[in-house]
Design a protein around this ligand. Structure first.
Ligand code: HEB
Length: 737
């Protein structure tokens, strides 16, 4: 049974109790995602440098410590086969497996499994014990080893201890200290809804033989509370082919192709077993609903010993291999050499058993006792889908090839959300060239430019035909603002805005962008003909800086926009077009591009983008005001440009927005996306989008806008705008941080 959805029956009168604004006005734009992960919730404070704390670790010793824990069975949660290895692999996989390529969110990178909802997802059952088993190691290393790293490294080490040659490992995942509220996990009000109830994320469709690709974006799982797919088959129906469709869709959303997908599942299920020895009715509430005396542990099993041979996790009771704690091709051997018949687990869930096979699969606790081969419906999907079947056969026939492919896919799974390889720490980073999913970059040709070169380049850019404040700002922004903190992809480094697919993103106004890139390349060629070097990526960012300085000067202020040189230019070959396509914004309120949908309003998409750029509410606000002053709409339109002197870095946007009384109305036929303001003579004076007007309508954004729109606000506006701008330009500069 899942948690009780709704409000707490106990009516608190303190500590945030009582009916909140959020309940009175549930549609109000929620800025909480811009305030999370603040210094206040982080016990290490904002100056904590994980890389330097980690550098003190002896990884060889850490491995020894993990190995000792892996092979020392504890009475409070006895290890199957005396080995927690498979359990730790599942821990690592379930941490990493929430990643979805569409918005880059999820994944192992933040240690999020310590918090709700993930700590209490039905699919994460009993992983509370796996995390608790690792506490002595976390305790020993303290700040020098994040939970996020430990969760995945334990799985990686366990695999090596069981004979699997891993491809390598990068540390560097920094713990967060609260649940990531920016992740959309779905709109259901029920965990793991049964059968026909699981339609919310499928737009109402119940036909699981056709609906797999209708899964709501950006979700990566077929059901609320699952990591990927239902092991029993879609909605508990043991249809192996339909299960394969779900597998293809969900693993595809993680950026895995068919071969990687088969490698992961067949490789993962080469180890361990599933747990469903007793009826599910014996199981208590998940950690977040369990009593305080259970101290963060959940799923208390009241049957027999409550663990070991009585354990209940998924409610399925399956063993895949004769050697479940040793790397071997046993899973695929069993899958392709047995006749499986549909049976039921002790809990009544559908699973498959080779009824005519010898019982040669070991019991986890009773030596000399053996079971017949068994499989999950999802496992049989690898046999019954024709493409998966071919791959499975290839892997079964060539164990070395399978080992190599699983090694690569497992490495990708664990590191997919870590961003540039310069973030990886530790002695086990592969020496090979980076892989395509790591968004490789060439080595820098220089790390600094002479100050005189920087200022001469800025004047050359401003003097170049076709370049102006508006298109320089939108180009620099288009380049840098693809960054997303979720998986640390995108950003200005690499100048991928000049490559496909970014060069064709509608938000970048491709025709205008092409002209800007051409003009900047002209400046680059000229500079290089004097024997010096500058990257296009740096020129794009420098162009934005030059434009802002010029606009500030027009407003009567002399400023220098900080500039960190050293960016490089990627090639098209180094750019994974299909996954870079996910970086395309549906809307970008900063440039007044696009708009929302019924389920995500324009201003919500603006906040979501701001969250992916790690902006605070004041940073978001000041950037919008600045963009409007700089006339930086993607299409050069005048929407939201509430100033009579565009191209001048003034606080006019705020002054005019806050000073307009009852003059705004919806423009007919725009679905409340476009508004206009009339002056006293009844003439249209301004037009604006939702991304503009939200700063006058939302109480907290209005409060911030008032700061910048006050008579003493102009110089703070310029300073704060430049700071926020520079922050965005450098978000991806892990090479210099
Ligand atoms: Fe897994 C276990 C399902 C994929 C690794 N899995 C498991 C279980 C289930 C599953 C139900 C049981 C749990 C218990 O305990 O009861 N999976 C699944 C699915 C999928 C998967 C549905 C998709 C298709 N896996 C996977 C992957 C991996 C894995 C990808 C990695 C790589 N698993 C695993 C392991 C295990 C499992 C290792 C065992 C654990 C132990 O032994 O504890």
């Amino acid at each position: 049974d899942g948690p009780d959805f709704g409000t707490c029956p106990r009516k608190s009168t303190v500590a945030g109790g009582g009916t909140r604004s959020r309940q009175w006005w549930p549609c109000e734009l929620n800025l909480a995602v811009l305030r999370q992960f603040s210094e206040k919730s982080n016990p290490f404070g904002s100056d904590f440098d994980y890389a330097s704390a980690f550098s003190k670790i002896d990884v060889t010793q850490l491995k020894k410590d993990i190995t000792a824990v892996q092979t020392t069975s504890q009475d409070w949660w006895p290890a199957d086969f005396g080995n927690y290895g498979p359990f730790f692999i599942r821990l690592a996989w379930h941490n990493a497996g929430t990643y979805r390529a569409i918005d880059g969110r999820g994944g192992a990178g933040q240690g999020q499994q310590r918090f709700a909802p993930l700590n209490s997802w039905p699919d994460n059952a009993n992983l509370d014990k796996a995390r608790r088993l690792l506490w002595p190691i976390k305790q020993k290393y303290g700040a020098a080893l994040s939970w996020a790293d430990l969760f995945v490294f334990a799985g990686n080490t366990a695999m090596e201890n069981m004979g699997f040659p891993t491809y390598g490992f990068g540390f560097g995942r920094v713990d967060t200290w609260q649940s990531d509220e920016g992740i959309y996990w779905g709109g259901e009000q029920e965990m793991f809804p049964e059968a026909l109830n699981n339609v919310v994320r499928y737009n109402g469709s119940t036909d699981f033989t056709t609906r797999a690709d209708e899964l709501e974006s950006p979700l990566g799982a077929v059901s609320m509370g699952l990591i990927y797919v239902d092991p029993r088959g879609p909605n508990g129906t043991p249809d192996t082919k339909a299960s394969a469709l779900d597998i293809r869709e969900t693993f595809g959303r993680m950026g895995m192709d068919d071969e990687e997908t088969v490698a992961l599942i067949a490789g993962g299920h080469a180890f361990g077993k599933t747990h469903g020895a007793v009826a599910g009715s014996n199981i208590g509430p998940e950690p977040n609903a369990a009593g305080i005396e259970l101290q963060g542990l959940g799923w208390k099993n009241s049957f027999g010993t409550g663990n070991a041979d009585d354990a209940y996790t998924s409610g399925l009771e399956v063993i895949w291999s004769r050697t479940p704690t040793k790397w071997a091709n046993e899973f695929l051997f069993s899958l392709l050499n047995n006749n499986f018949t549909l049976t039921k687990s002790p809990d009544g869930a559908p699973q498959w058993e080779a009824l005519d096979a010898n019982a040669s699969y070991p019991d986890p606790f009773i030596p000399g006792k053996f079971r017949r081969p068994t499989m999950l419906t999802s496992d049989l999907g690898l046999r019954d889908d024709p493409i998966y079947n071919n791959i499975s056969k290839t892997f079964l026939n060539d164990f070395d090839y399978f080992t190599e492919k699983f090694g690569l896919a497992w490495y990708k799974l664990l590191h997919r959300d870590m961003g540039p390889i310069s973030r990886y720490l530790g002695p086990e980073i592969p020496k090979q060239a980076p892989l395509i999913w790591q968004d490789p970059l060439p080595a820098p040709a220089y790390t600094t430019l002479a100050a005189s070169d920087v200022s001469s380049l800025k004047s050359q850019i401003l003097a170049a035909p076709g370049l102006n404040i508006s298109n320089l700002v939108t180009t620099a922004w288009g380049s840098a603002s693809t960054f997303r903190i979720s998986d640390k992809r995108g950003g200005a480094n690499g100048a991928r805005i000049a490559l496909q697919p970014q060069a064709s993103f509608a938000a970048n106004n491709p025709t205008r962008l092409a002209a800007v890139i051409k003009a900047l390349k002209g400046v680059q060629t000229k500079f290089q003909s004097s024997g010096k070097k500058v990257s296009l990526a740096d020129l794009i960012v420098l162009g934005g800086a030059a434009a802002i300085e010029k606009a500030a000067k027009a407003a009567g202020v002399t400023v220098t926009v900080p500039f960190t040189p050293g960016r490089v230019d990627a090639t098209q070959d180094q750019t994974d077009v299909s996954t870079f396509a996910f970086l395309q914004p549906q809307a970008d309120g900063f440039r007044n591009f696009g708009h929302g949908t019924a389920s995500s309003l324009t201003e919500e998409l603006l906040v979501d983008k701001a969250a992916l750029l790690t902006l605070s509410p004041p940073e978001l606000t000041v950037l919008i005001g600045g963009f409007r002053a700089l006339s930086a709409n993607f299409d050069g339109s005048s929407t939201g440009i509430l100033t009579s002197r565009p191209g001048t870095l003034t606080n006019d946007f705020f002054v005019n927005l806050l000073g307009s009384y009852a003059t705004w109305s919806v423009v007919n036929g725009t679905n409340e996306e476009l508004f206009q303001s009339t002056n006293s003579a009844g003439k249209v004076q301004w037009t604006a989008s939702r991304a503009d007007l939200i700063f006058g309508s939302h109480p907290e954004l209005r409060a911030i806008s008032e700061v910048y729109g006050s008579s003493d606000g102009q110089s703070k506006f310029v300073t704060d705008f430049i700071a926020a701008w520079s922050k965005v330009m450098d978000l991806d500069r892990y090479d210099v941080k």
